[in-house]
Design a protein around this ligand. Structure first.
Ligand code: NAD
Ligand code: ZN
Length: 354
């Protein structure tokens, strides 16, 4: 069977395109009491962006905090808040922020129309009802969250996405000006998420010409952005993230992501930086990718944290469990016979080397 995947229905791209959000939302405001729910990264609470959000009288604005990566419990809390705001559902949920905030917006839009806890839906195609119309507006680029069919959440037992066609955004607004003030190290870590998506997708066994076409373009854009100085770097990084996300739509990520999920579950390390920490140790699997990655780190003067203290055995076992759940990632990276190559002991050794 060929994957018949859903794509984002509408895309706006360009510097200043955020100003068009009011018009985009106006089309969806059906009645005088229609309202939107904005989930906005609280890093913008005291910035100029706050005054540019097109809030109408009945709208709800929730500042979300992403000091920790999104959890199912946080999604449940935000869904309760948004659901209790009025007797009816919002016309739209709009996420403005990095990958974490956009994932929260996806998850809340799904949970407003599906009963129970977000934790019940971590997995593949468990969502039954279409989500509330939802919009993603990145303020960091690299994760590909703006185009992916998942929202990655930390649940009680696992870090795993709610993967479904309903998860995909209905509208995205790609305004490169919104990423221009991100801190340099965060911009690098999130940008490397895209670079690593490309390496893992292009080197994977699931690769086909569809994925390769997007992946190669994103890969080249990442190298341009992080190895050259170009006035259009923000625009390029934004498109790299989009293309990188499209590349994995028809393929998968690999070893780095599987290990990095365990790292973030066990040690609370964020996705972008976690990927960088892991990738630096994966020369065995991605020799050329790792060499170029080190060049980019050097150019941007990035020092990765190296000392994580002593990790107790029990925690290490849990991290290995989280990594091993991600079977499609291992199969993509190592082929159908991956289980004979990637044993618990091998994963343990890799975690210890990190
Ligand atoms: P993030 O959203 O976690 O944000 C990182 C930090 O940067 C936060 O402190 C945030 O407040 C801050 N920030 C965001 N935009 C800023 C800006 N313009 N200026 C200043 N500070 C800003 O970072 P991310 O790397 O974009 O996203 C990582 C998240 O994405 C993880 O939770 C990961 O699990 C998820 N992810 C999801 C998918 C998917 O397909 N759903 C894919 C990859 C990653
Ligand atoms: Zn990633």
């Amino acid at each position: 069977m060929f994957r018949n995947f859903k794509m984002v229905s509408r895309v706006v791209f360009g510097r200043g395109s955020f100003n068009q959000l009011n018009d985009i939302l106006a089309e969806k405001r059906k009645h005088t009491d229609s309202f939107m729910v904005f989930l906005v990264d609280d890093v913008f609470e005291n910035t100029g962006l706050k005054n540019r959000i097109p809030l109408n009288d009945p709208d709800m604005l929730i500042w979300v905090n992403v000091d920790h990566e999104p959890s199912t419990a946080y999604v449940d809390e935000l869904t309760r808040k948004a659901g209790a705001f009025s007797g009816q559902l919002p016309e739209g949920v709009i996420g403005i922020g990095g990958g974490s905030t956009m994932d929260l917006a996806k998850a809340v839009s799904l949970m407003l129309t599906n009963p129970g806890s977000a934790a019940d839906y971590q997995g593949w195609d468990l969502i039954k009802n279409p989500a509330v119309w939802h919009v993603g507006i990145p303020t960091l680029s690299g994760t590909g969250v703006e185009v992916s069919r998942t929202t990655v959440l930390i649940g009680p037992e696992k870090k795993l996405g709610i993967n479904s066609d309903h998860t995909v955004f209905d509208q995205i607004v790609l305004d490169p000006e919104l990423i221009s003030n991100a801190p340099a190290d965060q911009r690098f870590y999130t940008g490397m998420d895209c670079y690593i998506h490309c390496v893992e997708s292009l080197k994977g066994t699931y690769i086909n010409v569809f994925s390769q076409s997007y992946g190669e373009k994103a890969f080249d854009l990442c190298k341009e952005v992080f190895l050259e100085d170009n006035p259009e770097n923000d625009d390029k990084l934004m498109m790299a993230s989009y293309f990188g996300g499209m590349s994995i739509a028809y393929s998968q990520v690999g070893v780095c992501h599987a290990l990095s999920y365990g790292l973030s579950f066990g040690l609370g390390i964020h996705h972008g930086i976690g990927n960088c920490i892991v990738f630096d140790h994966l020369e065995e699997f991605y020799p050329q990718g790792v060499r170029e990655f080190r060049e980019m780190m050097k150019k941007h003067d990035i020092q990765l944290p190296r000392d994580f203290g002593n990790i107790e055995d029990e925690k290490l076992e849990k991290m290995i469990n989280v990594a091993l759940i991600l079977e499609p990632l291992w199969e993509n990276a190592l082929g159908t016979d991956w289980k004979s190559m990637m044993t618990r002991d091998k994963i343990k050794a890799l975690y210890i080397s990190i």
